[in-house]
Design a protein around this ligand. Sequence first.
Ligand code: PLP
Length: 331
Amino acid sequence: MPSQEMRHAMIEAPLGDDVFGDDPTTNRLLEVAARRMGKAAATFVPSGTMGNLIGVAVNAQRGQEMIADADSHIFNSEAAGAAAVCGVQIRQVSTKGGVMRPDQIVAAVRPRDDPHHPISAAVTFEDTHNRHGGIVWPLEALRDASRAAHEQGLRVHLDGARIFNAAVALGVEASEIAAYADTVTFCLSKGLACPIGSIFCGSEADIESATRWRKRLGGGMRQVGVLAAAGLIALDHMVDRLAEDHANARTLAEGLAEIRGVSCDLSRVQTNLVYFDVENMPAAAFDDECVKRGLLGGATGAHTIRFVTHYGITSEDVQSALQICDGVLSA
Ligand SMILES: Cc1ncc(COP(=O)(O)O)c(C=O)c1O
C-alpha cells in the first residue's frame, strides 16, 4: 500500500500529457529510473506484464522465438501475451533455481541455416525469480549468461519486476544487474509500495519502439504524473528499506520451518518471498483459515503457499503470522 508521503505527492504533482511527453512529473521519474538502471531512456507502463510484453515486442519479431525459463512469469503468468499479441514463441528452458546456464542458452538457440526452425531472437531472465522463491541471480552467473546470449546474437530482456530486491540482497546498485540486459522492466508496485506502475528501460531506439507498442496496447496514459509522483518517492525512500522485508521474510521462514506439518526450503528464501508446503492440508484450505484470522497469503500449488513481506509489515506482524499458522495447523 502507498505511504502517506506518496499519497500527498500524488495530490500535489505537477501534471501534463505524457502521451505527448509533456508530463513534468513523469519525465522526472523516467530520468531517475533510466539512471538507476544505467539505461539511456525509459517509459512508464501500467504493469509489469505490459512492460514484459513490450520487452518481447521490442526484442523479437513475429515468427521468432524468445528463450525463457520454464518457470518464468513471462511464460506462465502473462496470459500467453508473447504468442497472442506479438506472435513470438517462447522456448522454455528448465533451470536449477531460475538461473540459466550459458550452455543451456547455446543449446536452446535454433540452427540458423535450416528454414524449419524459428529464428532465435532473444532471451529473458527473471531476477529475482518469483516461482523459484525470490532467488537472486549471482552477478557472475548473470554476466556469463548475458555474454553467452550476446555471442549468439540474442537480445537480452530482464524481467526485473523485483530488481531492487535483488540489488539490496547483493549489496549493489540495480544498474550493476541491469548492465547485463539490453532492456529491463521493473515494478514500482509490489515491494516499492506504489499503487500502480512499472518502468521499461533501454536504449533510445528501444524506447521509441516501446512507446509505439505501449500506444498500440492502450498503455499510453495522459496525466500519469499522478502515479509517477509515487514512483519518485519509491525510488528515493523505498529501496533501502527492502532489507527490512528480507530480514522479516527470513524470520518468518525460519519460524515456519519449525512448525509441525510445514516444510520450507530456507536456501530459497533470499529476499521478500517465502514459499512453503503444508503437508497435511490442502493449501487452499490453509489459506482460507489464515484469511479468516487476518493473515493474507496465497496458495500457489496443491500444498504450496506463498507469503510476501513488504512495507507495512513489521517484525511483530511476523510473530503474529507464525502464531496464526501454528494455530491453523494444530486445530
Ligand atoms: C517476476 C514477475 N514479473 C512480472 C510480473 C507482472 O507484474 P504485474 O502484476 O504488475 O503485471 C510479476 C507479478 O507478480 C512477477 O512476479
